[in-house]
Write a protein that binds this ligand. Structure first.
Ligand SMILES: [Zn+2]
Ligand SMILES: [Zn+2]
Length: 111
């Protein structure tokens, strides 16, 4: 009997199109939208220019433009609001910290 490797689904950032292997972290939203850490970093530094009201809804949390400070649009109609960008930044920062800690405490078993 041969054990086949389980086919792994590759996910792509809905904004820049990079695959999960090309970026440090890909954060999944609902409805199959993804944003990578690179896009989060870019969006968080972007100018806070209010976009024209176009009835956009955040692809991640579903809020509309009026409920959030800023909405960043990507290709294929995906959008992310400033609140979700902030949340993603927190997730990424936390994971980086965890990873650094794991590396530091690798010798000692966790309690
Ligand atoms: Zn991206
Ligand atoms: Zn949002």
């Amino acid at each position: 009997m041969q054990r086949r490797p389980v086919p792994r689904t590759t996910y792509y950032c809905s904004f820049c199109g990079k695959s999960q292997d090309q970026v440090e972290r890909l954060i999944a939203g609902p409805n199959g939208v993804y944003v990578c850490n690179e896009c989060v970093a870019t969006f968080s530094k972007a100018d806070q220019t209010p976009q024209k009201e176009r009835g956009l809804r955040c692809s991640f949390c579903g809020k509309n433009q009026r409920q959030v400070e800023q909405m960043t649009g990507g290709p294929r109609g995906v959008t992310i609001c400033s609140e979700c960008i902030e949340l993603c930044e927190e997730i990424i920062a936390e994971e980086m910290q965890n990873r650094a800690q794991q590396r530091a405490t690798k010798e000692k078993p966790e309690e």
